[in-house]
Design a protein. Structure first.
Length: 160
């Protein structure tokens, strides 16, 4: 590839369209927008119901493009799990759902390599903090109550 231009979008998985923000950004590059949109939808359909970050790299000279998809955010995955479209206005008092600790541990293991943390404990605490910030309880408990147990090593076997 020659000179490459990178464009980033946040799109609904499997439902991208040539309208804003994609169409206006691609227009000046000369790339055929419908082809890019089709490729984005093809690569994101497994995350349907969530928003995902997509990067489109365009070779300015040849008009070839490559699409890469980042996995959805942990908060998006959690909200889909509990069947919510958005978090509450007061997440510390209003709860939108509950997930099991085993699910949180599995999600932490899946994302551990991509997280900016020093250890599995820190990653687990981060996911628990995300639950708390979007109004999700873990096994019927507020995540704030579980985080000290992570510090003592009580859940080390779950994310080992």
């Amino acid at each position: 590839m020659g000179k490459v231009r990178a464009l980033k979008f946040l799109v609904p998985a499997g439902k991208a369209n040539p309208g804003p923000p994609i169409g206006p950004a691609l227009g000046p590059t000369g790339v055929k927008t419908p082809q890019v949109v089709q490729k984005i939808n093809e690569l994101t359909k497994e995350y349907e119901g969530m928003s995902v970050n997509v990067r489109v790299d365009i070779d300015i000279e040849t008009k070839e493009f490559a699409v890469s998809v980042m996995p959805p955010s942990i908060s998006s995955v959690l909200m889909k799990k509990v069947g919510a479209e958005k978090g509450p206005g007061t997440p510390h008092t209003t709860k939108i759902g509950d997930v099991e600790l085993s699910y949180i541990a599995e999600l932490t293991k899946q994302r551990l390599g991509a997280m900016n943390t020093a250890s599995a404990r820190a990653a687990l605490k981060s996911v628990m903090g995300t639950c708390r910030s979007i109004g999700i309880t873990i096994g019927g408990q507020d995540p704030k109550e579980l985080i000290p147990k992570v510090d003592t090593g009580e859940y080390d076997k779950l994310v080992a």
